[in-house]
Design a binder for this molecule. Structure first.
Ligand SMILES: *Cc1c(COP(=O)(O)O)cnc(C)c1O
Length: 396
């Protein structure tokens, strides 16, 4: 038998797309710790150690706050599969790709979907949610995306939360991209179910999905008339596992290495401070926006509704968007994302998330963008973007 496999050789890329984002070097280091058994007291301590900072980062006192084994989408499944039963009506606010995915999951759970739609790049208006709730009869859940990575919109949640509760519905929010990058207040804003992922602003690899559920949401799970249709993400079993003290029963073998990564990612967030981190995302995003506009490019989302960790830049007329992305990757080692769904071919999606949100990355990216656009004969004033960003940083 011959072994023709060469040694794994993965290039180091500057990941400035919609995710995965750059992994913090300390997180990589934590991931080399040895794997231990799930009944090891050291491991049990690790679960407790992870739960506390998760509550801090979510800004919640929710007893049920843990991390699902799996990527952000597993968090979405855990959220939806636990609270939705056959026959339940769910209002899904749909102005981007991830809400399309939510609606699909609700239907797979036997739920009835009522869509409140807006253009991709615009907000969901609270009045529209209110009207849908008035029309729909009894609604169990209002589902919405906080930071829509497909469009670059940050959706305000407080008003919609109030309206949902007035109508006796739970509010379920996707915070995969917004957690630890944007203001997010689970308890103050009354969000009942919220999930995230490790691979966006937490600067860890993809693989875990933080999840928090309010007492009301847990009560809705307890009152279910049939078991959750997913065994793996059934929160009543997971609760025993994460909160079970010495009585912890085996549920599944947790991916230890990813828990080390999440723990270190959270430790870094707490060290920096949540507020400081949010301001850093804003500052770097603003300088980047100033830079791209100075280059003659247009941003897809109105400034006051923009998501700071993820910016959508319009592809100008006559530009080959794929050739530009290829040039960025092959000549500058930088990955950015393409538009998809309704925005396919229309935007680039650029992430300045977590560890990746830095001054030096803003400059590297603007320089690379200007170089690649010049190859396609776009832009008159080479260096205008970098200069404008430098001025924006200086003035900030
Ligand atoms: C990335 C993302 C997801 C999905 O997460 P995966 O880690 O790709 O499974 C869900 N919602 C939003 C808003 C995201 O940005």
């Amino acid at each position: 038998m011959t072994n023709d496999l060469s040694e794994l050789n993965v290039p180091y890329r500057l990941l400035l797309g919609p995710g995965p984002s750059l992994v913090h070097p300390r997180v990589y280091r934590a991931m080399t710790a040895p794997v231990i058994g799930y009944l090891d007291p050291v491991f049990i301590q690790l679960l407790d150690d992870t739960q506390r900072p998760l509550r801090t980062v979510f800004r919640t006192e929710n007893d049920f706050t843990m991390a699902i084994s799996g990527t952000g989408t597993a968090g979405m499944e855990a959220a939806i599969y636990n609270v939705v039963e056959p026959g339940d009506t769910v209002v899904v606010c749909q102005n981007g790709y991830f809400a399309v995915r939510m609606a699909d999951m609700v239907r797979r759970c036997g739920g009835e979907v009522v869509l409140v739609e807006a253009d991709w790049g615009k907000l969901i208006e609270p009045e529209r949610v209110e009207a849908a709730l008035k029309d729909a009869g009894r609604v169990k859940v209002v589902a919405i995306v906080h930071g829509e990575t497909s469009t670059g919109v940050l959706q305000p949640l407080e008003e919609i939360s109030r309206i949902a509760h007035e109508h006796g519905a739970l509010l379920l929010a996707d915070a995969v991209t917004s957690l630890a990058g944007c203001e997010l207040r689970i308890d103050d804003w009354g969000i009942d179910v919220c999930y995230s992922g490790t691979q966006k602003c937490l600067s860890a690899p993809p693989g875990m999905a933080p999840l928090t559920m309010s007492a009301q949401a847990m009560e809705a799970v307890a009152k279910r008339s049939e078991p959750v249709r997913s065994w793996y993400v059934d929160v009543s079993m997971l609760q025993n596992y994460w909160g079970g003290g010495n009585a912890r029963a085996y549920h599944h073998t947790p991916p230890m290495t990813m828990l080390y990564a999440l723990r270190e990612g959270l430790r870094i967030v707490l060290e920096e401070g949540l507020e400081t981190r949010i301001v850093r995302h804003l500052r770097n995003a603003r300088a980047f926006w100033t830079g791209v506009e100075a280059m003659g490019l247009t941003l897809h989302v109105e400034e006051k509704h923009r998501l700071t960790p993820l910016t959508t830049v319009r592809v100008p007329e006559g530009i080959d968007e794929m050739a530009l992305r290829q040039g960025l990757l092959l000549e500058h080692n930088i990955e950015i994302g393409r538009g998809f769904g309704n925005l396919e071919g229309q935007v680039w999606r650029i992430g300045l998330m977590g560890y990746g949100s830095s001054e030096e990355n803003v400059f590297a990216l603007l320089y690379a963008l200007e170089t690649q656009l010049a190859k396609q004969k776009f832009g008159r004033d080479r260096g205008a973007g970098v200069a404008a960003a430098a001025r924006a940083f200086a003035a900030d």
